[in-house]
Design a binder for this molecule. Structure first.
Ligand SMILES: [Cu+2]
Length: 422
């Protein structure tokens, strides 16, 4: 993953060598040396001194440091949030020297099929849950490496599932290899920080707390260690479903998708290890927008014609509101903002639904026609940044619902749905 940095460095070295050789051959260096020899040393120092003073005054005059809302120094480099803050170069040095401890995760993207089984209990109980915060290196896409901060080595963290009224005994462990402190804020938890105030863990530490789930719904959990947006934009978010007492209707397939954002110094597609870009984070312009942490390479969500499908959708943020849409489908049912309860609205026949940063939604639909269905944030430029996943539906054609009027063998290639271009 350092290959591209080395190639770039060698490139600059070659360019500098050529410039130096040209400068020597053309006599430019000699002219400069003669100039300084002819003048007295004092004058030279005075000229340079005035020059440095001038440049310094210009830079000082142009820079402002508003006391209360300046970007924290801790955000200036790839390894942030040290306490006390360290200089960017020191942070970078620490990352380069200590990141060798990081695990290289082959596939950091959470599997959308990994949804915990429905809860069949009719009574609440005490459940034990645990997560481990871990900083890892993994690919966003082929050859593009990122330093992810994760729950359990994946982004998003594992989907959790409990029942309304359950009491949760939760333990957060921070892996030994971490460079940063972490904690967890469950949006399903009622209490200060959603648990963040009692789960701050240094590398190698564990902390536990218990909480009672008071309200059903689908909730984001995320790291809330300062600077929170930095932790979230490194991949520290996930979903917990609090099933209502009466349970949810049975469906054939359940999937787990969480939208997220990555901010890298290298532009989109730049290969090699990418440094974090705090300015892009502040500007709200992510380099990558992902479903389940990275760019999908093969469709992982599969269903059969006639299946009823439920997708638990979250948005880890931190900046973008998601316009969640499945191309070629209509949601039969949406739990807007993942709200649940007897007085809660359930929407029917919806094309696109909102998933707010730090929020969630539940969509349900029956798949009627075979084919590939691309799932997107319908702010479609984000597709070009990676915000898509594919649901593959197998089964017999359903000409009553959908058929081409052309002979399929004679169809020109460009008429084939561009989204099918795997
Ligand atoms: Cu964190």
């Amino acid at each position: 993953m350092y290959k591209y940095l080395i190639i770039e460095g060698l490139g600059w070295l070659f360019i500098i060598i050529v410039i130096v050789i040209v400068a020597l051959k053309s006599g430019l260096v000699n002219k400069l040396l003669k100039f300084f020899k002819r003048k007295k040393v004092f004058k030279t120092i005075a000229v340079l001194g005035v020059l440095v003073l001038g440049v310094g005054m210009v830079l000082y005059g142009r820079t402002s440091y508003p006391v209360h809302f300046a970007m924290p120094a801790t955000m200036h480099s790839v390894a942030s949030d040290h306490n006390p803050p360290s200089l960017p170069l020191l942070s970078l040095w620490r990352f380069l020297t200590e990141s060798r401890k990081f695990e290289f995760v082959k596939d950091v993207g959470a599997d959308p099929n990994k949804v915990p089984s429905p809860i069949n209990r009719t009574e609440p109980k005490t459940v034990e849950l645990a997560l481990t915060t871990k900083e890892v290196i993994a690919e966003v896409a082929d050859g593009i490496y990122n330093n992810y901060w994760t729950f359990d080595g994946q982004a998003p963290g594992p989907m959790l599932r409990i029942r309304e009224g359950d009491t949760v005994n939760f333990t957060l462990t921070n892996d030994n290899s971490s460079l940063h402190n972490h904690n967890i804020d469950f949006h399903a938890t009622t209490g200060p920080g959603g648990g963040a105030s009692v789960t701050n863990v240094k590398p190698g530490e564990s902390r536990s707390f218990s909480w009672k789930s008071l309200a059903p719904g689908l909730y984001i959990y995320h790291c809330a260690t300062s600077n929170v947006s930095v932790h979230n934009s490194h991949g520290q978010y996930g979903l917990i479903l609090v099933e209502p007492k009466e349970g949810l209707s049975k469906v054939d397939k359940e999937f787990y998708l969480v939208q997220g954002e990555l901010y890298t110094q290298g532009g989109i597609g730049k290969k090699g290890l990418q440094a974090f870009d705090p300015q892009a984070l502040l500007d709200g312009i992510p380099t990558y927008v992902t479903f389940n942490g990275k760019i999908e390479t093969v469709p992982r969500m599969k269903a059969k014609v006639g299946d009823s499908v439920r997708i638990y959708v979250g948005n880890g943020g931190v900046n973008l509101v998601s316009s969640f849409h499945v191309i070629g489908e209509i949601f039969d049912k949406v739990y807007p903002e993942a709200a649940m309860g007897p007085e809660s609205a359930i929407l029917q026949n919806v094309q696109t639904t909102t998933v707010l940063p730090g929020g969630a939604s539940i969509v349900e639909f029956k798949v009627d026609v075979p084919g590939k269905y691309t799932i997107v944030d319908h702010a479609l430029a984000r597709m070009n940044k990676g915000a898509w996943a594919v649901l593959e539906v197998e089964g017999d054609d359903q000409p009553d619902i959908y058929k081409s009027k052309e002979d399929s063998n004679n169809q020109p290639k460009h008429k084939i749905d561009a989204h099918e271009g795997y």
